[in-house]
Design a protein around this ligand. Structure first.
Ligand code: FAD
Ligand code: NAP
Length: 313
């Protein structure tokens, strides 16, 4: 029986592994379906992680040392996809793809979330080269420059507001003339002089060259008119998929409390409403979706696991 099974090897899962093993747990395994590192390995640079200020390093370079450090303290890694977590009596059963089952006294779920793509031409080509899904991460690269935002939900308008304090102008492109975002958020955005709402419109194409994005072609879906928006930053906020599948039972019901958006409800110790089950990082409620906060969550969850096991003993 494992002391702790960690599911997901991004910043949250790796940090949980570091704190759990260094905190004295002997038998901790992290299940990660690919190479450890998580979403940030897709990034060409990271400049908002305190203490790390090396412009020539990618997100992949940044995460490499994390796994080395964890493994040095005894964290075991299995490159396996977890299908399901179930609570049986006083412990958990982890079902791995293919049917293998592993027992664990505690579980930390850190499977993250995935920003949705809008599926316009050029989106994949320029993702990470001008197209971003994170204003906190990349907004600063467009200081005093104009940017485009796609989406009409709470995230799009809140992030547009955030960007309007950094960028010269923010052009919000939304496919309808009504916004899904909460009315007070929309009102706050409308009061900002440098935010411009472009409704009934979609992004037809993102274009650019070797140096990255040069602009986007915006199509008004009522008139078919195309506007060429020449700016080098496009932020896409068309929703997130929370990777919460491992928390569903065989009937598709969640085993712990979730909010309406599929995020795991946790307390300040990253504890769910199931004893011994913790969740952390981008998949939890109110996650800031940053490496630094995911790592902090992982540490908190591991400390919670250690206390829980001490109480059991
Ligand atoms: P993730 O990093 O999403 O890790 C979850 C892991 O779980 C993944 O490795 C996944 O493979 C694994 N997993 C999922 N399901 C299963 C399963 N069933 N079984 C086993 N493993 C599973 N943040 C910043 O702070 N600064 C930045 O500059 C920045 N730039 C970014 C740039 C890009 C392009 C992207 C995509 C994100 C960026 N972020 C940045 C956000 C940051 O990467 C995330 O907030 C952070 O990685 C979340 O960590 P996490 O551990 O919660 O989840
Ligand atoms: P969301 O509410 O699903 O909104 C996504 C937006 O993107 C919608 O406006 C949608 O348009 C648009 N969209 C979707 N697919 C598109 C495509 N392919 N092309 C162009 N546009 C597309 O997602 P979210 O804003 O990330 O919010 C997710 C949940 O979190 C929501 O329930 C939200 O209320 C909540 N949230 C709350 C807060 C808060 O309370 N402070 C903050 C952030 C998020 P349509 O409107 O036409 O469908």
């Amino acid at each position: 029986m494992l002391d702790c099974a960690i599911i997901g090897g991004g910043p949250a899962g790796l940090t949980a592994g570091l704190y759990a093993t260094r905190g004295g747990l002997k038998n901790v395994t992290m299940f990660e379906l690919g190479m450890p590192g998580g979403q940030i390995t897709q990034s060409s640079e990271i400049e908002n992680y305190p203490g790390f200020f090396e412009h020539d390093k990618t997100g992949m370079d940044f995460m490499n040392t994390w796994q080395e450090q964890c493994f040095a303290f005894g964290l075991k890694h299995e490159m396996k996809k977890v299908e399901r977590v179930s609570k049986v009596d006083n412990h958990f059963v982890i079902t791995i793809e293919g049917g293998e089952e592993v027992e664990a006294l505690t579980v930390i779920v850190a499977t993250g979330s995935t920003p949705k793509r809008a599926n316009f031409n050029g989106e994949d080509e320029f993702f990470g080269k001008g197209i971003s899904t994170c204003a906190t991460c990349d907004g600063f690269f467009y200081k005093n420059k104009p940017v485009t935002v796609l989406g009409g939900g709470d995230t799009a308008l809140e992030e547009a507001y955030y960007l309007s304090n950094i960028c010269s102008d923010v052009f919000v492109v939304h496919r309808r003339d009504e916004f899904r975002a909460a009315p007070p958020t929309l009102e706050r955005v409308k009061r900002k002089d440098n935010i411009h709402l472009i409704t009934d419109s979609v992004i037809e194409e993102a274009y650019g060259g070797m140096m990255g994005l040069d602009g986007v072609k915006i199509k008004n879906i009522k008139t078919d008119e195309i506007t060429d928006m020449k700016n080098s930053g496009l932020f896409v906020f068309v929703g997130h998929n929370v990777n919460n599948g491992v928390l569903k039972d065989e009937n598709g019901n969640f085993i712990c409390a979730m909010n309406d958006w599929g995020q795991v409800i946790v307390d300040l110790n990253m504890k769910t409403d199931i004893d011994g089950l913790f969740a952390c990082g981008d998949m939890r409620i109110q996650a800031p979706k940053q490496v630094v906060s995911a790592a902090g969550d992982g540490a908190v969850a591991a400390l919670g696991v250690i206390s829980y096991i001490q109480e059991l003993n």
